[in-house]
Design a binder for this molecule. Structure first.
Ligand SMILES: *Cc1c(COP(=O)(O)O)cnc(C)c1O
Length: 343
């Protein structure tokens, strides 16, 4: 075994085919025993539910090389649980949570040469997902599912890593009340592509979505949760049933309250109060913690400029970033059960 010959510091955030992937299929009411395979292609019927009615859920996680050379994942039990929750909402057979963690371990271990070395800023992105694989033509759930985990090495999601980004509001909504905003399903992304392309064209990394019912409350961005910091140093987290329960965000709340002695308020956040905040950040497995320096309001073409600015993260965001990434890379002692060692 030897590491792949990649320029680890400059690999970008893109798909690269790695050596092995884990697959398991659900048929006649049961998951098969699962195995690692080399084929990165999937063959399904043209009428498979995934092709016609988008029956799909997924997860996003990372494997990190720690300062002492171990390969670890971060709170994989929460990904296992969330994927099972997403599956139930989409009328799919949940993949057993204990087997999920084992399967992730197997996949990462089998692609060890692709796990970026410590200190490069890169990680091995892990993508577990599940599709409705049997043919259907009437609208109904698939009776069969294909579960797969592949991995791909990635650098920072936003170019520049922890340098501040600009985001924008837009004319479209992400998630309806009582809809699917709180599960991780590809369909939530399919309908976001139009406004994502538009945002990128205009120089914004992400759209900031407001609640679909009233368009007065802050929800999250396309692929990350959002947090704010008040003048007196409190962290404020928008609360809503249509926000995806980010594991990074839930971890930040714990880190702030229990490790950094920072007060956290989780509550509905009015868009009109955003100008009173001094820092803003995006958080998620891909985004890690990205400071936001500017929020564009598309309706009147004005900007909210966060006092922390566009040059560097504000002090609270920086502290959260250092502590969270320190836990993931083994330089800060982790809360019990957060770091799962693979090898
Ligand atoms: C995956 C995702 C996040 C981030 O969740 P993490 O568990 O922190 O990676 C945030 N918002 C949406 C819409 C997502 O799909």
């Amino acid at each position: 075994m030897s590491k792949k010959d990649l320029d680890w510091g400059n690999i970008g955030f893109q798909y690269r085919v790695t050596d092995k992937r884990y697959v398991s299929d659900y048929k006649d009411g049961a998951w098969d025993e699962g195995r690692l395979i080399e084929d990165s292609m999937i063959t399904v019927s043209e009428s498979a539910n995934i092709m016609q009615y988008c029956q799909e859920v997924f997860e996003g996680m990372k494997a990190y090389t720690t300062v002492d050379g171990k390969i670890v994942t971060f709170r994989p039990d929460l990904n296992a649980k969330r994927m099972a929750d997403s599956a139930k909402r989409m009328v799919m057979a949940p993949f057993p949570e204990d087997r999920f963690i084992e399967a992730v371990d197997m996949t990462v271990a089998a692609n060890e040469d692709w796990v970026p070395p410590y200190g490069t800023g890169a990680t091995l992105y892990i993508r577990p997902f599940m599709i409705g694989s049997a043919p259907v033509i009437g609208v109904q759930p698939s009776p069969e599912f294909h579960f797969r985990i592949f991995t791909t090495p990635v650098g920072p999601y936003f170019k520049g890593g922890a340098t501040p980004v600009a985001i924008t509001t837009c004319d479209y909504d992400r998630a309806a009340p009582h809809g699917t905003g709180n599960i991780k399903a590809g369909l939530n992304y399919a309908m976001s592509l139009l406004q994502t392309v538009e945002a990128h064209k205009n120089g914004y990394v992400e759209n900031m979505y407001l609640d679909a019912a009233t368009r007065t409350l802050v929800e999250e961005t396309g692929g990350s949760n959002i947090f704010f910091v008040t003048k007196d140093g409190k962290v404020v987290i928008p609360k809503s049933d249509s926000i995806l329960p980010s594991i990074t965000r839930r971890s930040l709340v714990y880190v702030a309250e229990n490790m950094l002695d920072i007060e956290v308020e989780e509550r509905p956040v009015e868009f009109s109060e955003v100008p009173t905040f001094v820092e803003c950040g995006l958080c998620g497995t891909a985004a890690v913690i990205s400071p936001v320096g500017r929020i564009h309001k598309h309706d009147d073409d004005t900007d909210i400029l966060l006092p922390s600015g566009m040059d560097a993260p504000g002090p609270v965001t920086a502290k959260l970033y250092e502590t969270l990434t320190g836990i993931q890379y083994g330089t800060v002692e982790a809360p019990e059960g957060w770091i799962h060692e693979i090898k």
